[in-house]
Design a protein around this ligand. Sequence first.
Ligand code: IPE
Ligand code: IPE
Ligand code: MG
Length: 236
Amino acid sequence: MITETPTTTNDGLHVAIIMDGNGRWANKRNLPRSAGHHAGIRSLRDTVEAAVQRPIHTLTLYAFSSDNWQRPQSEVRTLMRILAAQLPAQAANCVRQNIRLSVIGRRDRLPEPVIQALIRAEARTMHGTSLHLRFALDYSARDSLSRAAQHVGNNGNGDFLHALMRAYNADCPVPDVDLLIRTGGEQRLSDFLLWECAYAELYFTPDYWPDFNGMKLDDALDVFEKRQRRFGTIPV
Ligand code: IPE
Ligand code: IPE
Ligand code: MG
């Protein structure tokens, strides 16, 4: 259900992170890729804890893309198990830190334990106001955009943004992304928030996700502060 309630009472930024490089982090240590996914949990906790203390109102984290279903079944199973276990753990942390947790993406293909965990996590944290933490699961920006376009076309409904929110199950409106961070060294968007990143500042770091933390988030915020955003205009 979409509410018109603002996400948080805080002013600040919408930061989005493509949490990439878990597999390579593990490979470098001769560990299975799953070890990288497990190691990434610590980075997640530390980054969220830091984000609450920073001028950030929304943090959207890419946890599983719709194209990630094409990975070997064993890896998908590991990731789904981690999600089913981590959503309750994260929800408990969120309650403690007054964070609202929600999930964007398709819900019709996720395993039942993940669905149940995300519904419970959202319900437990829906009144959080310090930060809106959004996990993108089974998320594809292109798929969301094309489904939103179909919906608007069929209904003669001009409210495209509303249709887009519905297409990826957003529970309330969120401003566009200000800062997009990608770990792991790749410099691409991999079908993440294509619409919402129209004027996002992009920050790519070679650090693998398990090596990311609150201090690295501060490095990205420092770089962001020095960027001049023009939105198509001429600086005065
Ligand atoms: C990101 O790390 C986690 C997910 C995509 C679920 P990767 O698993 O993509 O790690 P690399 O990019 O192969 O190192
Ligand atoms: C993007 O990483 C998806 C997530 C981090 C969840 P990928 O590893 O799937 O992206 P590509 O394949 O390198 O573009
Ligand atoms: Mg990757």
